[in-house]
Design a protein around this ligand. Structure first.
Ligand code: C2E
Ligand code: CA
Ligand code: CA
Length: 767
């Protein structure tokens, strides 16, 4: 049978029903005097039996921890004994149906009840109270003493004392029992008043502790009615004991299912109540026994004590408010030191803390380092406000895509996502982030890209190591072309670290003149005559020899050094072409294509740099071609303005790697391009002879479309990466007139190209 896991209300209803019936019976009995007396003694054992079932089921369904288990077991035993004790009394009452007098309590049944009650209170006493320091413990003990004495006084005055001084109707066992009940219940109540949240639900504990009060209630009622030889008033009070128990069961049940209300640490109101309750007997004495002169003094004392209590309470409330304010402030401070002010994401400190905690707790953790590819460019060119706005939008996007991971701003344009445990795969989140970035973000609709490094740490691994690995992976992602994610693999670190070092050395390279421009001829496909060159930068590294741009351009872009590198290539190219034109006249390459990174375009001085390079070299603007990629051109209106300025100045613009981007056609209309360079990937395989005309058409589709487009828009076109004669012929057949590639000529130093031009000049007159 499937257990019903809802907190059971039916026990409460049953016992409450019993209590009601028994109170009603008492009312009828005391007014009309009808019915057998023993009914009064049935409700407690019946209710007790229900409570036993409830406590037992609680133990089976919610498996609490050791402290709670011990508590509920003792309570179960206690309830059992009490039920048996009152059961015996009920049997006694049924047998004794002749008289109207309540039956005497036999020693056995009194012992059972005493034992049961003792067990219940013992259970309460054993639940540990956690106290802060010795100071707190001292204060608590003082409070508890005040509470104990304060609560005992009215109980003594109104309950025990009249019983002791009454006629001999009270058997000694009853008196002892009730006296014990008083002490224990007051002790229990003063204890639970100071309990915070613990394994045993606080409400449940408090309810159980009040059970003793029912015993006190029996006493008070009995002294009021019992003296007159009247009705068995226990009928009203006794069922309250099982009622309190089933209510406690329900409270614990709810707490165990996590549905109880969230209770805070208790506020020590009890001492105030206790002091106030001492005033009750005092007033009683004043009213009953004293002369009016003395009475006045006593009443004044009571009034003073009441004012002191009120004064104390006000102070207590103020303190509590102060404490709350301090706590709120603490929380705010805590938030401030653990979160990033701009984006509201967790910051590096919190990130490290969480990571550390997860690894120390024996969990695995995956770190995604997310780095914006061209953030510096955005910041430099569009201003810090736009940059900040972009970071905020990016943070919002990360929050959305991180799933159950923790999004973090590490600093600057570096973000991270921390995934703890093995439930979410790092690659999934990384892909989601890259996907989200294919749409422009922020109110400035910027298109940004990110590179993501992923590293997973096994339980117990060091924080620094996983961060380093994620960093290496992120760097590798940048290296591989941007907008990608890379997971760290062993062996990845070395080349990446070498690259990082290279990035650091680049500045020196620029200053020391280690950079050199190579030139790759661009030729007419029919005559194979050189018509232009593309400038390609090289680095003569003192240790590593000639380093290719693929190895250091990404680092240069990352650090912003590309602006200086680009300026150098631009000047050098203009100077060189002007020199060649001077030396070789019309046989010289008439155009030089210079590559320009997005980052350079964002530089506010870019247009001025270009014009200065032309000016210094005396080169006419139409000899210079700037090669731009689509993704670089796509961003921002400021770039578009620069490009139009350059176009107006007569500089020609080429779209590099054409066909690999997405929005080529719309771009061509908005952008003052003069040339498209068909990407090498569409030249690769052109020469393959397919038997099947359909697959041949598919192979040629882009090359054909680009030449048609160029024709329609009156743009020049250059096919890149021609590696064999067959490709050159196919391209020519498709309509391309210009080509570039290893098959036609490799990139070469200026010196070698000069030699080539010289040779050409010598060959030509002979031709
Ligand atoms: P890119 O603009 O697409 O340049 C063409 C690249 O293809 C050059 O590589 C060139 O050597 C290579 N290439 C030419 N013909 C062939 C061929 O037939 N087969 C093959 N496999 N490759 C061929 P390189 O010089 O290594 O330059 C790589 C990239 O570095 C360039 O790609 C360009 O994006 C960048 N780059 C080079 N110099 C500069 C520069 O001065 N400034 C900037 N911003 N980027 C540069
Ligand atoms: Ca190029
Ligand atoms: Ca290219």
């Amino acid at each position: 049978m499937a257990e019903d896991r809802r907190a059971p209300l039916r026990y409460v209803w049953i016992v409450a029903g019993l209590a009601l019936v028994s109170s009603l019976w008492f009312a009828v009995w005391s007014t009309v005097g009808a019915g057998p007396v023993w009914i009064a003694y049935l409700t407690m054992p019946l209710g007790g039996a229900v409570a036993i079932v409830a406590v037992h089921r609680l133990g089976r369904i919610v498996r609490p921890d050791a402290v709670a288990r011990r508590f509920w077991r003792s309570l179960l035993a206690g309830t059992g004994f009490m039920t048996v004790g009152y059961g015996l009394m009920a049997v006694n009452a049924v047998r004794n149906t002749v008289g109207d007098d309540p039956p005497d309590m036999t020693i056995t049944s009194a012992a059972c009840v005493a034992l049961g009650f003792g067990l219940a209170m013992w259970a309460v006493a054993r639940v540990p109270v956690e106290a802060g320091g010795p100071g707190e413990r001292r204060r608590m003990n003082l409070d508890r003493t005040i509470a104990f004495l304060g609560c005992s006084t009215p109980l003594w005055y109104f309950g025990l004392a009249p019983m002791l001084t009454a006629d001999d109707r009270w058997s000694p066992q009853t008196l002892v029992l009730i006296g014990l009940a008083f002490l224990m219940s007051v002790g229990g109540i003063t204890k639970v008043a100071y309990l915070g949240d613990g394994p045993v639900d606080r409400t449940a504990l408090r309810l159980v502790a009040t059970m003793g009060l029912t015993a006190a209630g029996v006493a008070v009622l009995a002294t009021t009615y019992g003296d007159a030889g009247g009705p068995p008033s226990q009928a009203v009070v006794l069922p309250l004991a099982p009622l309190v128990l089933v209510l406690a069961v329900r409270a614990q049940w709810k707490a165990a299912l996590g549905r109880g209300r969230v209770s805070r640490r208790s506020s020590p109101l009890l001492p105030y109540l206790a002091v106030a309750s001492v005033d009750l007997p005092l007033l009683g004495i004043a009213v009953r026994e004293l002369r009016w002169t003395d009475r006045l003094v006593l009443v004044a004392a009571v009034v003073v004590s009441v004012f002191v209590i009120v004064r104390q309470f006000v102070a207590f409330r103020d303190n509590a408010r102060l404490l709350r304010d301090i706590r709120a402030q603490e929380e705010r401070l805590q938030h401030e030191v653990s979160h990033d002010g701009l984006t509201g994401l967790a910051n590096r400190a919190m990130f490290r803390g969480r990571l550390q905690a997860a690894l120390a707790a024996g969990e695995s953790a995956t770190v995604l380092l997310v780095d914006l590819d061209d953030f510096k460019t955005v910041n430099d060119s569009l201003g810090h406000d736009v940059g900040d706005q972009l970071l905020v939008s990016l943070a919002a996007m990360l929050r959305e895509q991180a799933g159950d991971g923790l999004p973090v701003r590490i600093g600057g344009d570096e973000f991270a996502v921390l995934l703890v445990g093995g439930t979410t795969v790092g690659e999934t989140v990384a892909q989601r982030i890259l996907d989200a970035l294919t749409e422009p973000i922020s109110e400035h609709t910027l298109l940004v890209q990110a590179s993501i490094g992923i590293a997973t740490a096994e339980p117990g691994a060091s924080v620094d190591r996983v961060l380093r690995e994620a960093d290496v992976a992120m760097y590798a992602a940048k290296q591989r072309g941007k907008a990608a994610y890379v997971r760290f693999l062993p062996g990845m670190a070395e080349p990446v670290v070498a690259h990082m070092r290279l990035g650091g050395e680049l500045r020196r390279a620029v200053d020391e003149g280690e950079l050199e421009v190579f030139y790759q001829p661009i030729m007419a496909l029919d005559t194979r005559k050189l018509v232009g060159v593309e400038s390609l930068v090289r680095w003569n590294h003192p240790d590593r020899g000639l380093v290719m741009p693929g190895e250091f351009i990404p680092a240069a872009e990352r650090t912003g050094l590309i602006v200086q590198v680009g300026r150098f290539v631009l000047r050098e190219s203009c100077r060189q072409i002007a020199a060649w034109l001077g030396e070789f006249g019309p046989d010289a390459p008439v155009k030089a294509g210079v590559n320009v990174s997005a980052r350079q375009l964002h530089d506010p001085d870019f247009v001025a740099d270009v014009l200065a390079a032309l000016d210094e070299s005396g080169l006419a603007p139409d000899h210079l071609v700037l090669e731009l990629t689509e993704s670089a051109v796509l961003r921002g209106s400021q770039i578009s303005q620069s490009l139009h300025e350059l176009d107006a100045a007569g500089v020609r613009l080429a779209l590099d790697d054409f066909g690999t981007g997405e929005s080529s056609l719309s771009l061509l209309r908005a952008f003052p391009a003069a040339i498209v360079k068909l990407d090498k990937s569409f030249v690769d395989g052109l020469e393959i002879d397919d038997v099947d005309p359909e697959s041949r058409d598919a192979r040629q589709a882009v090359a054909r479309a680009v030449i048609q487009l160029a024709g329609a828009l009156r743009l020049d076109s250059v096919a890149e990466g021609i590696e064999n004669e067959a490709q050159a012929e196919r391209l020519h057949a498709l309509g391309y007139t210009l080509g570039q590639g290893y098959h036609l000529a490799r990139p070469m130093s200026a010196e070698n190209l000069t030699a080539l031009l010289a040779a050409q000049r010598q060959a030509l007159p002979a031709a």
